[in-house]
Design a protein around this ligand. Structure first.
Ligand code: F6P
Length: 552
């Protein structure tokens, strides 16, 4: 078991009271004043590590804020908890598990012990098998049952077994084999599967069934449909399944039960959480798309950020600082959301990926010890790639009544240089953060000749905080660094909130109820319903509509 830090409840700590008092003084200060007071603020509140530049100067903070937040991190035992995570202690307390996703990207010669066994050789053995398999598929050496080469890869999975693979495929499409088609099926809605396969030849298609548990309802339903689709092509020849299905799982028994030979299974371990698994065998589709070398470069990026987080002092530590800033708005300003705004089309699924990472990790209402928290925990993460959002929801960020801290993500070099596009894109990043921070005063609006009645509508109050992350190019390594940055920022916040960031009990109840309701929807006879009156009525209405639409 882990050595949990023995510390007082969060809000009873003197440093929390100091932060509250400090917030009262600071809340009326405008970023304009803060910048005016210190002409070097833009350089001072900035940090570069592992190839990522973070400008956090447009946050509503002073030196005192930072020093109190850093004190909070120290007193919360962040250092000891980082060590405990990297060491493999069972810090996922409610599931009694170690949290060792950092071992997935450790170099071959590293030693990381889990229950006395060095897991690094196991990790690299799987990576080597994945590489060999990927090379065979990509070269055409691995063929489908009819002898045709594999041109289509479909990953079937959900949650962490889908969002990471989809995001990484989209993010690294530039590096992918364009002669191959990659698709991702996650939703139990039959449309997802049907649309994914409708134009594909089964003889050229490989399914990767990705599921840590291999029991997840959606994934198993989609995998069965995939099997039926394939069997129709194979004319019932079961032997062909081995050429068209591989599995990624921790559960060899269930994989075998499904009919996939464990020779075609790529394993991982219960110390890898679903939402922390895109760099495990769950990333097989990524490796097939971009090749083993690029996949290993991505792991290298993850590892570089891991090392930075593990070793850098907190005032020089990107994930720790980002976590503390997020907590500052969440717990003191009462901000309920964080917008993640990548100015990079390839990162279009990054906000969706971060939603599981952040919200499944830190959407918790009890502490590790089971006490109800008396402060807010994980904020809502959301976002869209720039510049699209500017023509939709940015209105609310600029002039709405809510405070929405934003993370802007920009790259210096575009992988698809096209005329002035890249400079136009980045000009928009800088313009947005400037506008959010400094706004436009009544005087400035009037000076433009705006009639008095229109002035309030055209006023920008400013003082809206943002971080700007800048990287050179979206390479596989850069993606690894970026993901690890957010992973560790989530961890930092979870430690301070004293919650278990690595369980996800909140998804269980709905799953169980769905299993109970399903037969009530399917039964030929009118079922005896004993739900609440709303659920009963909805079930009855659905059954009726379903039967009349059949008749129609
Ligand atoms: O929805 C809960 C969850 O357990 C996620 O944490 C996980 O990523 C997802 O389901 C998929 O689980 P599995 O990989 O076991 O199919």
């Amino acid at each position: 078991m882990t050595n949990l830090p023995v510390s007082a409840p969060l809000r009873q700590r003197p440093v929390w009271a100091q932060l509250e008092a400090h917030f009262q003084k600071l809340k009326s200060l405008h970023l304009k004043q803060l910048f005016a007071q210190d002409p070097k603020r833009g350089e001072k509140f900035a940090l570069e590590a592992a190839g990522i530049y973070l400008d956090y100067s447009k946050n509503r903070i002073t030196d005192e804020t930072l020093s109190l937040l850093l004190q909070l991190a120290q007193e919360s035992g962040l250092r000891a908890q980082i060590d405990a995570m990297f060491r493999g202690d069972a810090i996922n307390v409610s599931e009694k598990r170690a949290v060792l996703h950092t071992a997935l990207r450790a170099p071959r010669d590293a030693t990381i012990l889990h229950e006395g066994r060095n897991v690094v050789p196991d990790v690299h053995a799987v990576l080597d098998r994945m590489s060999d398999f990927s090379n065979r598929v990509r070269s055409g050496d691995w063929k489908g049952h009819s002898g045709k080469r594999i041109r289509n890869v479909i990953n079937i999975g959900i949650g962490g077994s889908d969002l990471g693979p989809v995001m990484a495929y989209e993010a690294l499409k530039h590096y992918s084999d364009r002669a191959m088609t990659f698709r991702f099926v996650s939703n139990v809605d039959g449309t997802d599967f049907s649309e994914a396969v409708c134009d594909l030849d089964p003889a050229e298609t490989l399914f990767i069934v990705s599921s840590k548990t291999f029991t997840t309802l959606e994934t198993m339903a989609n995998a069965q449909s995939a099997r039926a689709w394939m069997m129709a092509q194979l004319k019932g020849d079961e032997a062909g399944i081995a050429k068209h299905f591989v599995a990624v799982s921790t559960n060899a028994a269930e994989v075998t039960k499904f009919g996939i030979d464990t020779a075609n299974m790529f394993g991982f371990w219960d110390w890898v959480g679903g939402r922390y698994s895109m760099d495990s065998a769950i990333g097989l589709s990524t490796m097939l798309a971009i090749g083993p070398e690029n996949f290993r470069a991505m792991l290298g990026g993850f590892h570089e950020m891991d090392e930075h987080f593990r070793t850098a002092p907190f005032d020089q530590n990107l994930p720790a600082l980002m976590g503390l800033l997020s907590l500052w708005y969440n717990n003191f300003f009462g901000a309920q959301t964080v917008a993640v705004l990548p100015y990079q089309q390839y990162l279009k699924r990054f906000p969706a990926y971060l939603q599981q990472l952040t919200m499944e990790s830190n959407g918790k209402h009890v502490t590790i010890e089971g006490a109800h928290v008396d402060y807010d925990t994980g904020p809502i993460y959301w976002g869209e790639p720039g510049t699209n959002g500017q023509h939709s929801f940015y209105q609310l960020i600029h002039q709405g009544t809510r405070l929405i801290p934003c993370d802007f993500i920009a790259f210096a070099r575009n992988l698809n240089p096209l005329g002035r596009h890249q400079d136009m894109l980045v000009a928009n990043v800088f313009a947005q953060t400037e506008a959010l921070a400094f706004g436009k005063t009544v005087e400035e609006v009037k000076a433009e000749g705006t009639p008095d009645w229109l002035v309030p509508h055209r006023l920008f109050e400013g003082n809206r905080p943002s971080n700007t992350l800048m990287l050179e190019t979206l390479t596989p390594a850069a993606l690894g660094k970026l993901v690890a940055l957010y992973e560790h920022s989530v961890f930092t916040q979870g430690v301070i909130w004293q919650i278990d960031s690595f369980d996800q009990w909140g998804v269980e109840l709905g799953k169980v109820l769905a299993q109970r309701i399903l037969p009530q929807l399917e039964s030929a006879n009118e079922p005896k319903l004993d739900h609440d009156s709303s659920t009963n009525a909805l079930i009855q209405r659905y059954r009726k509509l379903k039967s009349t639409s059949k008749e129609g």
